[in-house]
Design a protein. Structure first.
Lengths: 224, 224
DNA sequence: ACGCTATCGCGTACGGTGTACGCTGTCAAG
DNA sequence: CTTGACAGCGTACACCGTACGCGATAGCGT
């Protein structure tokens, strides 16, 4: 009796796939994907490592589950609205979600076992474009450019640590430091004349490219 | 003497950073990035694991070196040519290189320690755009959209195993298999009506999106 | 209230990983 | 011939994912 009481008080509740996945995401958010090991995760949950394997078949399965929860955080496009505003909103939502879960960036599109939220997302995007009158070839074009750009931008942006307080200047300097001055004049000019200017935020580039692509799609789809 | 003869014949030559990096790339090309361990790499080179550390400080340093060699394989844009043809050729070259070294896709843009080939590449691209008359803000826009798209496309395409002989139909079926029929009607329609059509190759989407972006840039830069 | 059974959490153990540290043998320069 | 630099190596440690099988427990039909 005493024993039962202790065991049910010490641990907030029984383990569950949901709880495991949530803890894993929190851990990866905080310490990066590399810091996520089954043992550490078990420790966080106050549980022995092997206990996790009741709720997850694999580490691969764990990651699959994490990614699908991340997909669930993305705003779905409505199924009848204006395609352009919907696609724009979705793109920005993806970007926000990826900013929250930087570790997910390389993993979301390369899943071999997509989860339900992932498929639901694809379904909603395709449905939105079809409802707007895109034929299938055009859907493929649009989806391909948009997702390529969205994930690619997140990927290239991820490089910069860009923690608040460590400005671009310092990063650029440490990168160029091991090389002779004037070895890369254009790059240096770019950094000093543009990227280091106060007020410049590389993240702002996102919407520029996004709108450029949306413009291009709009022009092709309804040629004026 | 006999010993010296043997030792210099058994091993093709002395180890060197170059040889280590080349072998690492070959190994990753063949077996994937996950299969690349210091021990396996040493084995391939006919050498004890710790011998590698004379030529590479870290595994991180090893990867840095590998990535820079990969950057070296990309065709640099000329510095005086037509920006649009140069950017197009460069984009296609990046894509080809990434197809050869699929393991590199998530790693190239997130380097904290870029190598000389990496910086040279950046320098050449910026130089080409500047020579074409782009101002710095426009250079930033163009480079951001283009590289975002190029790497993002490679990333999303990487998902599909798409080995010759395993057509899209089979992949799609295994992915949708665990879910009830008609759960994702738009996705299913897309797959059956478009992606599975004979002759469809997702890779062809690349140039469509690329030209869409180049068109957009051309329109902005020189508004007709 | 009882026992059965499915499930949960765990302990142990194995083969893999990156790499710190210090030894040995080779080779070029003095 | 001596000496110093340096390439390659052996050992060892901490960590990883997870196969396997055991005990405790919880929810059920009776």
């Amino acid at each position: 009796m005493a024993i039962r009481a202790i065991s049910s008080v010490d641990r907030p509740s029984r383990l569950s796939r949901e709880r495991v996945l949530r803890a894993a995401i929190a851990h990866a958010d905080a310490g990066g994907f590399a810091a996520l090991s089954m043992r550490k995760l078990a420790e966080v949950l106050g549980v022995a490592p092997m206990a996790l394997y009741r709720h997850v078949t694999d580490k691969e399965d764990l990651v699959d589950g994490m990614i699908d929860l991340v997909f669930g955080e993305i705003d779905l496009p409505s199924s009848g609205g204006d395609w352009r505003t919907d696609m724009r909103r979705r793109a920005i939502s993806v970007r926000e979600v990826l900013a929250r879960h930087r570790w997910a960036i390389g993993l979301m599109e390369s899943r071999i076992h997509p989860g339900p939220a992932n498929l639901r997302h694809h379904d909603a995007v395709i449905g939105n474009l079809r409802a707007a009158g895109f034929d299938m070839a055009m859907v493929a074009h649009a989806y391909s450019v948009l997702d390529g750009y969205i994930y690619g931008f997140a990927l290239t942006k991820m490089s910069l640590p860009s923690e608040r307080g460590v400005p671009v200047a310092e990063i650029a300097e440490t990168m160029l430091q091991p090389f002779p001055v004037n070895e890369y004049p254009n790059l240096e000019a770019f950094v000093t004349e543009h990227a280091m200017k106060p007020g410049y935020d590389y993240g702002d580039e996102f919407e520029y490219g996004l709108d450029l692509i949306l413009d291009g799609l709009a022009r092709v789809w309804r040629p004026a």
